[in-house]
Design a protein around this ligand. Structure first.
Ligand code: NAG
Ligand code: NAG
Ligand code: NAG
Ligand code: NAG
Ligand code: NAG
Ligand code: NAG
Length: 442
């Protein structure tokens, strides 16, 4: 869930505020990098930086229910972002003339933030950085901005854990694809306009709609509960991860579509940052996507119509949706990425997958399945149950447990990176004597 469910505004031209975030290489401790935040608003009486900016923990002070809340000014190698719960925003310093500043060291990673202005008893106005605007289709789709801090081997190396997240740094200019919003017709939709729905699409470098043979492989990537398609780019820096996967030759150039599963019908109305009217069931979403989204993509983009070159993935409730596609749309896709979850913690594992289901639908054994969860992820038990079911039935899959992961974005960024690197468009995992195989080798 979005941890920043406070009201927000953007700095309108008329309201005279400005802001900046600057990532600076210092080549000295504690992390080798510092980040300068500045904010100007002559009417502000207090300003803090929240919107997902984390505190830190380490492997010895972390469990699924909690973590240390350490200030990065004291950073030591091996620290990673802790649970996003109970994080007190960082208070900015006033220069007395409407200008507010704050400097903090940070280690490698993608960070999100918003300014929290004039807080009274934990009630603040959230202000999005006007000079580093979130990725949106329509205003309000996203409520925070992001930046990326590079890894510095000299200050951040830690033998136990790889905490280098440079795969989300921008790739060289000529190796970047295009990321954009697209509106399409989906009768019943209530956002962004009646009967119009939207998705985010990543088009790899060199893509053109007229590509002969319409042959790009296509990955659908779903958000989770309380989210939307813009999240993958805005909170997960997805185009940068894809650029790096492709330019480092881990992944064939791939078209990636990030749809939104709320607002497909009036009863599932959802305004980002608030409570959805209802959460749509995976079965409903699948039917609507199959009727309107998938045909639209095939008709309008140069993508393959061969199921061998189609994949579906998602995190949390988007992982449940991926499971739904696996069970009920098995033949349409060949690869499934289930990040942080399967179907919810309450179902017994043999109803996730059992021998009668395999007998009725043998193709379930012949897919490229990737499952992942963070070690401190609330969805770890669910993920493990699904893995155990697959293992006991000899269904091959690839498993990734992020050793520093909570149920948050850096876990899903890593999942996408590993899914792209190890599984997508690779030869399908082979059965080995009725037990799990390791799937494709890196
Ligand atoms: C406010 O004060 C700071 C620090 O003294 C200074 O750097 C900045 O230029 C001032 N800003 C304005 C708008 O006067
Ligand atoms: C999609 O439609 C909404 C509502 O009409 C509009 O504000 C937005 O700019 C459109 N987006 C694109 C990419 O055309
Ligand atoms: C390809 O066509 C789609 C649908 O008409 C459009 O949204 C997209 O912008 C086009 N892509 C390029 C690179 O022109
Ligand atoms: C699959 O489809 C059936 C029939 O629409 C539905 O009852 C079921 O919930 C769907 N999902 C799964 C995971 O079986
Ligand atoms: C297998 O799972 C299905 C679907 O959840 C369930 O209806 C069926 O009873 C299960 N069969 C066995 C043998 O557990
Ligand atoms: C399967 O088991 C047999 C006999 O133990 C062994 O020789 C063979 O290498 C195994 N195959 C694989 C793919 O592990």
């Amino acid at each position: 869930m979005a941890p920043w469910t406070v009201p927000f505004t953007v700095c309108l031209l008329t309201s005279l505020c400005s802001a900046a975030v600057n990532v600076r290489k210092t080549s000295k401790g504690p992390t080798g990098y510092e980040v300068d935040f500045s904010y100007f608003d002559s009417s502000a009486t207090t300003v803090a930086i929240g919107g997902g900016l984390p505190t830190f923990t380490d492997e010895f002070h972390t469990n699924p229910d909690g973590s240390a809340h350490w200030d990065p000014h004291q950073y030591q190698p091996g620290w990673f972002p802790g649970t996003s719960l109970n994080v007190t925003p960082y208070r900015m310093n006033s220069n007395g003339n409407g200008s507010w500043t704050y400097t903090m060291p940070l280690p490698s990673g993608t960070y999100t933030y918003a300014f929290q202005v004039n807080c009274v008893q934990a009630k603040c106005t959230n202000v999005v950085d006007p000079d580093n605007a979130p990725f949106v289709n329509v205003q309000g789709d996203q409520l925070v901005s992001h930046f990326q801090v590079p890894f510095d081997r000299q200050f951040q190396s830690y033998a136990d854990l790889n905490l280098n997240f440079d795969y989300a740094l921008p790739a060289p200019k000529e190796q970047r694809g295009i990321i954009r919003n697209v509106n399409y017709s989906s009768p019943g939709s209530v956002h962004p306009a009646p009967d119009v729905h939207d998705f985010v699409v990543y088009l790899p470098p060199g893509y053109s709609n007229s590509t002969a043979g319409k042959n790009y492989p296509i990955l659908y990537l779903s958000h989770g509960g309380w989210g939307n398609g813009q999240e993958w780019e805005n909170l997960g820096a997805t185009s940068q991860i894809l650029d790096n996967l492709i330019s480092q030759k881990h992944l064939e150039p791939t078209v990636v579509v990030m749809p939104s599963f709320y607002n497909l019908a009036p009863e599932y109305k959802f305004v980002y940052g608030s409570e959805p009217l209802n959460h749509p069931g995976s079965d409903f979403i699948r039917k609507i996507y199959m009727e309107y989204l998938f045909p639209y993509i095939e008709a309008n983009f140069a993508v393959s119509t061969d199921p061998k070159r189609r994949a579906f993935g998602g995190f949390s409730l988007g992982s449940s949706l991926t499971y739904e596609m696996y069970i009920n749309n098995t033949d349409y896709f060949s690869y499934f990425g289930m990040f942080s979850g399967a179907v919810g913690p309450l179902l017994p594992r043999y109803s996730l997958l059992n021998s009668s289901m395999l007998q009725a639908n043998p193709a379930l054994k012949e897919k490229g399945i990737f499952t992942s969860a963070g070690l401190f992820d609330l969805a770890l038990p669910d993920t493990r149950m699904f893995q155990a079911a697959m293992q006991s039935l000899g269904v091959p899959f690839v498993s990734r447990i992020e050793p520093w992961g909570f149920h948050v974005w850096n876990t899903w960024q890593d999942s996408l990176w590993q899914f792209g690197k190890l599984v997508l468009w690779k030869e399908l995992p082979r059965q080995s004597n009725g037990t799990v195989t390791s799937g494709a080798r890196p």
